[in-house]
Design a protein around this ligand. Structure first.
Ligand SMILES: Nc1ncnc2c1ncn2[C@@H]1O[C@H](COP(=O)(O)OP(=O)(O)OP(=O)(O)O)[C@@H](O)[C@H]1O
Length: 215
């Protein structure tokens, strides 16, 4: 499903975010990428989603070399990837339902089918009764769950999350972790970058230190 083959990423003017990184993850695995601030966790996720391209080696997703994809092919790759990233902000002028609907509207789904899928996604994250709520009226944990619903509404086979439990209290962090676990249990491949690997004791750890694999 995911293969890193001697991957390096150097940002200008010469910051080595990842160095000669190799690992493989099978479909349906739950991977936790941990390491200190600046270790390269976000970069690893961005390479999988072709948000960044490697400067050395190859990143393969479902056998496809995503580092050398033509620009036009990237939306097709992303259709199968759900992103829960800090910079994928919720739209604060639209309610919960509309936030989750957005990716389906862009993909051109018929309104009835889209609404059915939005409600199914909201239900999975426990927010079905809050579909009319504006994001500002939701707690931090609920906002994060809404972001997860938006990421999974297109039913991706791969879910990537960058620090999804940051800024949450321990109980709320556990609730959010449980949602990722449920997607993993139904066969979705899940890759989570987090400082707090203890939230996912069953996951396969990928530990980074200054861009290098330590585990
Ligand atoms: N767009 C960029 N341009 C230049 N340098 C970058 C860029 N993105 C990341 N870096 C640098 O690459 C290194 C790895 O960053 P990355 O964000 O992948 O680490 P991280 O482990 O996710 O850190 P954090 O936990 O603080 O988010 C850091 O030194 C960072 O400053």
């Amino acid at each position: 499903m995911i293969r890193f083959d001697r991957v390096s990423k150097r940002y200008p003017p010469g910051i080595d975010a990842l160095v000669d990184l190799s690992f493989e993850a099978a479909a349906g695995e739950l991977l936790i990428v941990s390491g200190h601030s600046g270790a390269g966790k976000s970069t690893l996720l961005k390479l999988i989603a072709a948000i960044e391209r490697p400067t050395g080696g190859a990143v393969l997703v479902n056998g496809q070399n995503v580092g050398s994809l033509a620009r036009g092919a990237i939306p097709y790759l992303r259709r199968n990837i759900g992103l829960v990233f800090q910079d994928q902000k919720l739209l604060f002028d639209r309610n919960a339902f509309a936030n989750v609907l957005l990716p389906l509207a862009i993909a051109g789904f018929a309104p009835k089918e889209a609404a059915r899928r939005v409600r199914a996604a909201l239900d999975k994250v426990g927010l079905l009764d809050r579909e009319k709520a504006m994001p500002i009226a939701l707690s931090g944990g609920e906002q994060q769950r809404l972001a997860i619903a938006r990421a999974v509404v297109g039913r991706p086979g791969l879910l990537l999350a960058d620090e999804p439990t940051a800024h949450l209290d321990p109980d709320t962090a556990h609730d959010v972790a449980a949602i990722f676990r449920e997607f993993h249990q139904v066969g979705v491949t899940v890759v989570i970058a987090t400082y707090d690997a203890t939230l996912f004791p069953e996951a396969r750890p990928i530990r980074l230190d200054h861009g290098r694999l330590t585990q």
